[in-house]
Design a protein around this ligand. Structure first.
Ligand code: HEM
Ligand SMILES: *[C@@H]1O[C@H](CO)[C@@H](O)[C@H](O)[C@H]1NC(C)=O
Length: 348
């Protein structure tokens, strides 16, 4: 373990001594190169909130102004962008792999089961990237844009702010298989969910807090139909759904057809980032199976967290912010590896 004091910033690096002899990247991007796996203990190696302090100080302002305009047109974009960062980070780390289009060299993640006909917000990312390329050419990575957009969307929806580590670089690859295998499905059991999150180094606290992102946005009928008509392969509904809510859902999500009809994930305040998502789960009105099982799945730890977050919004906000930092620190590419894409849809 090495401690390096750098501009009053204590950088704690867990690297092997052999790596120390390699060339250090100049400036704030203090890293020895290599794809680091650093978020253990909540410390990220190589990412820093000051990363663009000199190279592009206006980066966050540019992101926020594009977001404000996009949200004035349609609030849902905040939810879509928050989800985009999640689906990026769970597949080979937060490296903007999700933004790559199909090409001779790339099999796009956009066509995976969890993403196809579902994930959105790419045009807004393009717009942010175009503005950033004008202001600071080839400086701000697409992976950092996704992280900045996720935080900005949370803030502009009324949620918490946090100090965001930056300095991720963009991948040259995507993984369709990784996208199919690593993003949890909406009909997941509580054990499935815990396993998917553990695989990323995230725990039950992160699972429940980050699921709170479902306080904004919508889901298609196809993603919760099984709960209404065939929860256990016996042509029965999920018994944990509150009755009035259940009948309401059935009218907009019929047994056959209507797969693309959408419902808010948080019926209480679908555009507001708050803790009503958890209050609704306590009432049996979680929309997805993966939402409701946080309470009803038989795991005491997640059950108690749902209750705590429903009671105490400030506590939820605080934990959400911490878990978002952990999410954003998943296996970033730093140093000389990867690249800063000029166009988020293709490698340079
Ligand atoms: C815990 C496991 C999770 C599962 C099973 C899950 C599943 C889903 C599904 C099925 C949808 C609707 C997709 C559609 O209708 O096509 C959705 C929407 C959404 N998810 Fe998740 N999700 C999970 C965790 C997360 C996390 C960790 C975040 C962010 C931190 C997140 C953010 C969102 C948002 C904001 C939406 C609404 C998107 C929009 O309106 O465009 N989800 N999720
Ligand atoms: C979830 O849905 C998929 C696809 O419809 C199905 O194959 C799987 O068995 C379901 N899982 C559970 C736990 O119900």
């Amino acid at each position: 373990m090495h401690f390096i004091k750098l501009n009053n910033l204590l950088v704690i690096a867990l690297v092997s001594t052999s790596l120390l002899s390699s060339y250090a990247y100049p400036g704030f991007n203090f890293d020895w190169g290599g794809r680091n796996h650093g978020s253990r203990g909540g410390i990220s190696y190589g990412l820093s909130p000051q990363f663009y302090q000199f190279s592009c100080p206006q980066a966050n302002d540019i992101v926020m102004s594009v977001l404000e305009k996009a949200m004035a047109k349609n609030m849902r974009i905040a939810a879509s962008l928050l989800r985009l960062h999640f689906h990026d980070c769970f597949v080979q780390g937060c490296d903007a792999s999700i933004l790559l289009d199909d090409s001779p060299a790339i099999v796009s993640e956009k066509n995976s089961g969890p993403n196809k006909n579902s994930i959105r917000g790419f045009e807004v990312i393009d717009e942010i990237k175009a503005k950033l390329e004008e202001a600071c050419p080839q400086t701000v990575s697409c992976a950092d844009i996704l992280a900045l957009a996720a935080r900005g969307s949370t803030i502009l929806s009324g949620g918490p702010n946090w100090e965001l580590p930056l300095g991720r670089r963009d991948s040259r690859t995507a993984s369709l298989i990784g996208s199919n295998n690593n993003i949890p499905p909406p009909n997941a059991t509580i054990q499935n969910l815990i396993t998917f999150f553990k695989r990323q180094g995230l725990d039950e606290v992160d699972l429940v807090a980050l699921s709170g992102a479902h306080t904004i946005g919508v889901a298609r009928c196809a993603t919760f139909k099984q709960r209404l008509y065939n929860q256990n392969g016996k042509n029965e509904a999920d018994v944990s759904i509150e009755r009035t809510f259940y009948f309401g859902l059935k009218t907009m999500c019929p047994r056959s057809g209507g797969d693309n009809n959408i419902s808010p994930l948080d019926f209480g305040s679908p555009r507001m980032f708050d803790n009503t998502y958890f209050k609704f789960i306590l009432q049996g009105r979680g929309l997805l199976n993966s939402d409701q099982v946080l309470l009803s799945g038989g795991v005491i730890k997640t059950q108690e967290l749902v209750k705590k977050y429903a009671q105490d919004e400030a506590f939820f906000f605080q934990q959400f912010a911490m878990s978002m930092i952990k999410l954003g620190n998943l296996r970033p590419i730093t140093g000389f590896n990867g690249q800063v894409r000029k166009n988020c849809r293709r490698v340079n």
